[in-house]
Design a binder for this molecule. Structure first.
Ligand SMILES: Cc1cc2nc3c(=O)[nH]c(=O)nc-3n(C[C@H](O)[C@H](O)[C@H](O)COP(=O)(O)OP(=O)(O)OC[C@H]3O[C@@H](n4cnc5c(N)ncnc54)[C@H](O)[C@@H]3O)c2cc1C
Length: 417
């Protein structure tokens, strides 16, 4: 029987130290510059690609770490370096997961490598789900995909927003409505291959934080993609839609698929529960970085003839910051371990980890600004940037309110839309 341990194994420690080295030596020194430029840090992504850190192989290895800790460890170290640059490095992974979760083996083999490019010609990918009128309420999505049977092509029309790497991506994964009568059950995901006519970048957002990560609207005007770009294939989609229509006709009952309705609901929920701890780990990375800066500052800054950490008011804040960060990491690790080992998320533990860690990051970075006093308020010190960056964690991949809603509905047994 496997023994319980909270210790990383030697291989994990080696990988963690390797990522930390890159974050400290390459990412952190570039952070202020790319934050000011508000542009994708292509040279840093290329550096990451050269050492194998920006590659499908590396993420696959971390994803398949049997303990579940590979992904959170990677996220924490990279985001400790800088959140904006780190998101530029891991943003492609969001689109890749969209294909891994819904695509056929052939689709995975064709498109995922094109998302990353190669070290001499790095590429990024975008996952486009959110729309101006469909953020938390994904079911009100309007982007339409219509099948042109004569040409075996899908025609996409609509406007996506907030897409990380939107418009600059080599491959876009676009979620669209194929049957408007079925709400979110009538959605499907499509690959839009490189240089497809009709896809263009709309407004690029000037943001409060994570400014080194590109966020933009993606406009789709009569974008035609071949039939094989429908993720999972037409047969699987038709079966899924037929089941959903039967269910809708029967007032929500219908003929269950193999394994029953419960399995379908759990599969959808399990996907979100498994992806949210990764965002929690990003938040832990930013929080830890700000805490370390604040601790160092409190030890060295003297007022009234002694280091400010000698004041209980400052020392206790640091004690609380560190305690909350460690608690957040434990929730993230628990949820990641549950996802990898196939444990059921009976209390929405993945959402819990994202909720807690993102709120901790916001709080801890604000406390760090306070501990640095006037310096914390300037761009001379990184906590100012970390504080701006941390605000994203309670917003993307489901806001804190949506996490609470999911947790509460899971606990009470109410359906999650
Ligand atoms: C920098 C950045 C990068 C992003 N990257 C991507 C990406 O790559 N791909 C992608 O598809 N999307 C992306 N997003 C979109 C992100 O997921 C959405 O912004 C998020 O889901 C919230 O949607 P919204 O902005 O429309 O807010 P809204 O849904 O309009 O919410 C506004 C407020 O109302 C609250 N609220 C809404 N409904 C409820 C409710 N039922 N109960 C209580 N409160 C509620 C929310 O919690 C929030 O506080 C990104 C966003 C940002 C800012």
């Amino acid at each position: 029987m496997a023994e319980f341990t909270m210790e990383l194994n030697d291989e994990q420690k080696e990988v963690r130290d390797w990522i930390h080295g890159f974050a400290a030596d390459v990412v952190r020194p570039a952070a202020a510059e790319w934050d000011e430029r508000e542009e994708t840090p292509w040279p840093v992504i290329q550096e990451a690609a050269k050492i194998g850190l920006y590659s499908l192989d590396f993420y696959a290895q971390q994803f398949f770490d049997p303990t579940g800790l590979g992904v959170p460890m990677t996220m924490e170290e990279l985001f400790w370096g800088d959140a904006g640059i780190a998101l530029s490095i891991v943003g492609t992974g969001l689109a890749a997961v969209g294909v891994l979760a819904n695509g056929t083996e052939e689709q995975i083999g064709t498109w995922v490598p094109q998302m990353y490019g190669d070290p001499n010609d790095v590429k990024v990918a975008a996952f486009c789900s959110s729309e101006p009128d469909a953020g938390s309420d994904v079911a009100s999505m309007r982007t339409r995909a219509v099948y042109d049977e004569a040409k075996d092509e899908w025609v996409l029309n609509g406007t996506k927003t907030w897409a990380t790497n939107g418009g600059i991506a080599n491959v876009h994964v676009v979620v669209a409505v194929v049957d408007p009568d079925l709400g979110s059950k009538g959605h499907a995901s499509f690959i839009v291959p490189p240089n497809t006519p009709g896809l263009s970048q709309g407004q690029k957002f000037k943001k409060h934080g994570i400014r080194a990560s590109h966020t933009a609207e993606v406009v789709l005007e009569d974008v035609r993609v071949p039939g094989h770009c429908l993720l999972g294939g037409k047969e699987k989609l038709d079966e899924r839609l037929a089941r959903a229509r039967e269910k809708a006709k029967a007032g929500g009952v219908g003929v269950p698929p193999a394994g029953g309705w419960g399995r379908v609901k759990n599969a959808a929920m399990a996907t979100f529960e498994a992806s949210r701890p990764a965002v929690g780990a990003m938040a832990v990375g930013t929080a830890r970085a700000a805490y370390e800066e604040a601790l160092e500052y409190a030890r060295t800054r003297e007022q009234f003839g002694r280091p400010i950490i000698d004041n209980q008011g400052v020392a206790f804040q640091l004690a609380d910051m560190r305690t909350q960060i460690d608690a957040a990491r434990l929730l993230v690790w628990r949820a990641s371990w549950m996802a990898t080992t196939g444990k059921p998320f009976t209390s929405a533990e993945g959402s819990m980890s994202k909720l807690f860690a993102s709120e901790v990051a916001k709080k801890v970075t604000a406390q760090a600004v306070q501990i640095l006093g006037g310096n914390g308020f300037t761009r001379e010190y990184p906590v100012e940037r970390m504080h701006r960056d941390a605000a994203i964690y309670t917003i993307f991949e489901g806001t804190s309110e949506i996490q609470r809603l999911v947790i509460a509905r899971t606990l009470s047994g109410m359906p999650i839309r």
